[in-house]
Design a binder for this molecule. Structure first.
Ligand code: CA
Length: 222
């Protein structure tokens, strides 16, 4: 299990990281909302552990964005604010559970395991194309049955390509589907994602044809 911990207090953060690792949970520690947003954009996590009192942003606002970005992500709130209003606000904005500081690390670990088990129990549709299997909702991917770590954008990109079957998708169409029309995207972003996917899945994963664009190297099973 891989967890993103958002906690600005360095000592508390280090304590949680050490405590969860001792319970077999891999933890990435972000000390601000900005660092957490960057971490979430680059990697997939099984759960988010969030301190509501952050230096750079309201924790509840961050929570709302994090949940919008990744709807199925289980969220555990940590807070010194033990007022019932704050707990309720957190749960209303998409948190699954909360602990009031100070708490026992064993309890946090046990509750995280329960949250992730529950989330994984929700059935998510998968797409199979040749040796590749994608679970877009949970953000998981497997190649020949082995789990491969892909970013959200990489999963999205592969899902769009798989949906087109043997058809080609132009770079413009891909950019529009990945980023929408409103977002200003560096022209190189798509190339970087394609490069990274080929590095992780093999060069044959994505085919390129001049003037046509891209398509998946394998056809999705219908
Ligand atoms: Ca704090």
């Amino acid at each position: 299990m891989r967890v993103l911990l958002v906690e600005d207090d360095e000592l508390i953060g280090q304590g949680i990281v050490a405590g969860l690792r001792a319970h077999g949970i891999d933890v990435q520690h972000a000390a601000s909302a900005a660092a957490a947003t960057a971490a979430q954009a680059g990697e997939r996590y099984d759960a988010l552990v969030l301190d509501l009192g952050l230096p750079d942003r309201d924790g509840l606002d961050f929570l709302q964005d994090a949940r919008a970005y990744e709807p199925g992500l289980p969220v555990m709130i940590l807070s010194a604010r033990d007022a019932i209003e704050h707990r309720l606000a957190g749960l209303q904005r998409g948190a699954d559970d909360y602990l009031v500081k100070p708490f026992d690390l064993r309890e946090l670990a046990a509750r995280l395991h329960a949250l992730v088990r529950r989330a994984q129990g929700r059935t998510a549709p998968t797409i199979t194309a040749g040796p590749l299997c994608l679970a877009p909702e949970s953000g998981q991917a497997w190649l020949n049955g082995t789990a491969i770590a892909l970013s959200r954008r990489e999963i999205d990109l592969l899902t769009h390509l798989a949906g087109a079957g043997a058809g080609w998708i132009s770079p413009e169409q891909l950019n529009e589907r990945l980023y929408g029309l409103s977002e200003e995207v560096g022209s190189n972003a798509l190339n970087v994602h394609i490069h990274n996917i080929r590095r992780k899945l093999g060069a044959a994963a994505i085919e390129t044809a001049r003037g046509l664009g891209y398509r998946l190297g394998w056809r999705a099973a219908s």
